[in-house]
Design a protein. Structure first.
Length: 469
């Protein structure tokens, strides 16, 4: 097992035996399992009072160190509706990009058949890339948003469902709702999700989603702040992604000190608020975000693709001590795999370091893996539930196989730990394999996915056959 139980801590568990109960929860983590006995036998001898385990997965590191289990990824910012637009609109600045590509696409989601096709695809694709939990934006349409919640439950992915709220769209009048219909739609979505969740579980949760300040009236922002408080619901929105957007917010809300203050004045900042992008924050804003315990969703791929800027994440994490997670931001981001975002987050941090002429800004593997798992769990308020291999957490995991069928990650025999290395250098060897995974791997290496202890995807092994001529 590879996990990051806290910031700055990457733990490699070479000999762990993990017990998962019928609720899909981790009952115990035994760190000194010996291979001399089969797992179930070992368990019976160590804990004679319990007998009810079967083996759900067995990974023998000594035989195949290219297989390991990692907590499922948490994508804290993704627009489910924007999937058809991935790769489209390179370099178009944010406000033009919204107007030209995004609003016209989202406006089609009142067509339920169209919506269902796209929503099915994005859920399948994210699961196949190891995402076991995601905080989604849908569109303003409540019916297809409810269908999206149903699909999450059907596929077994943990998810936060954000019906987009926006009652003030000056640039694209065809796509907006009025205040009354925003309220009505929110009621409809919240009631539906309460009804469809399996008993005793909240796999799917509504999340309050004012799209971003420029498209929301003061009245709507105030109502959504109150709704979050009265229903104890989390909040997600965009903040300080692009300089023109920041200027627009200054013009629209002259009574507020800055962008962060707009949300603060409408009671939208608390420990369950996810702020996406946060590229150009002032020191005052970072202080407020820290004091209110909000999380940031860092979206490096999107910030690069639409040229929004480079967020100084190392500083947010360590100096400002703000919780930072990762978001694909499909379709501002073209990559719906959090593994891809892990890679991009590291590369962008190197650019920040080069610009600042200070290597401090370089993110390490452990920082990026933390943001992709535990940091994400904190952002969605589930750090006691998911994100690490610890007792009491749900078994939301992914099995990685660096030599899976058709894998792009070439691992050479001499890079595998020898029996000697297993005694002396296994940490170092394993860190090299993690580097291989992050920089050369992709969804083909994610071969099995569990959510709530249940297998939700199993890509059975296939043999590769070359036809030599
Ligand atoms: N700001 C407001 N809406 C959006 C959106 O859909 N994507 C991104 N990247 N930024 C936004
Ligand atoms: Fe976004």
């Amino acid at each position: 097992f590879v996990h990051t139980p806290s910031l700055d801590q990457l733990e490699l568990k070479f000999n762990a035996l993990v017990g998962v109960n019928s609720e899909g929860e981790i009952d115990f983590v035994h760190d000194e399992y010996t291979l001399a006995l089969a797992p179930v036998e070992f368990f019976k001898q160590s804990y004679p009072d319990h007998h009810n385990y079967t083996t759900i997965e067995f990974v023998d590191y000594t035989k195949d160190p290219t297989k390991f289990i990692v907590p499922g990824f948490v994508d804290t910012h993704i627009h489910a509706s924007q999937y058809p637009n991935v790769g489209v609109g390179l370099g178009t600045p944010l406000l033009d990009w919204l107007h030209s590509y995004t609003f016209p696409l989202e406006n089609k989601f009142s067509d339920l058949d169209f919506a269902t096709k796209i929503y099915t695809k994005i859920i399948q694709k994210t699961i196949a890339s190891g995402t076991t939990c995601a905080s989604y934006f849908t569109t303003i349409d409540p019916n297809s948003t409810n269908a999206f919640a149903d699909l999450l439950l059907q596929y077994g992915q943990r998810g936060f469902v954000g019906k987009v709220c926006m009652d003030h769209n000056d640039t694209y009048h065809a796509y907006e709702e009025d205040f009354a219909s925003a309220k009505e739609s929110m009621d409809k979505v919240i009631a539906h999700i309460e009804k469809v969740n399996p008993e005793g579980q909240s796999l799917v949760t509504p999340i309050i989603t004012p799209r971003f300040a420029p498209v929301c009236s003061r009245e709507l922002l105030k109502y959504l702040g109150e709704l979050s408080a009265s229903r104890s619901l989390p909040i997600q929105t965009h903040i300080s992604e692009n300089k023109k957007e920041i200027e627009l917010v200054r013009d629209l809300f002259p009574e507020c000190k800055d962008y962060t203050d707009v949300y603060d004045q409408h009671k939208l900042l608390n420990q369950s608020t996810i702020l996406a992008h946060a590229v150009h924050l002032t020191e005052d804003e970072r202080t407020v975000i820290k004091n209110k315990n909000c999380s940031i969703s860092h979206c490096p791929t999107s910030n690069t693709f639409i040229s929004s800027g480079e967020a100084p994440i190392k500083q947010y994490l360590y100096k400002d001590q703000i919780n930072v997670s990762l978001g694909t931001d499909v379709s501002g981001g073209f990559d719906l795999s959090i593994l891809g975002i892990v890679k991009q987050s590291i590369l962008v941090s190197h650019h920040v370091a080069m610009t600042e002429k200070d290597s401090y800004h370089q993110l390490l593997l452990k920082d990026a893996i933390f943001m992709a798992t535990k940091g994400g769990a904190i952002a969605v308020g589930l750090d006691n539930t998911i994100g690490s291999v610890e007792k009491g957490r749900k078994f939301d995991m992914q099995l990685i196989d660096l030599r899976s069928y058709n894998s792009n990650a070439d691992i050479f025999e001499w890079q595998l730990p020898s029996q000697e290395d297993l005694k002396e250098e296994r940490e170092l060897k394993m860190m090299n394999l993690l580097g291989k995974w992050i920089f050369t791997g992709d969804d083909r290496n994610c071969v099995k996915v569990w959510c709530n202890g249940r297998v939700i995807l199993d890509k059975s092994a296939r043999d590769e056959r070359w036809v030599m001529v």
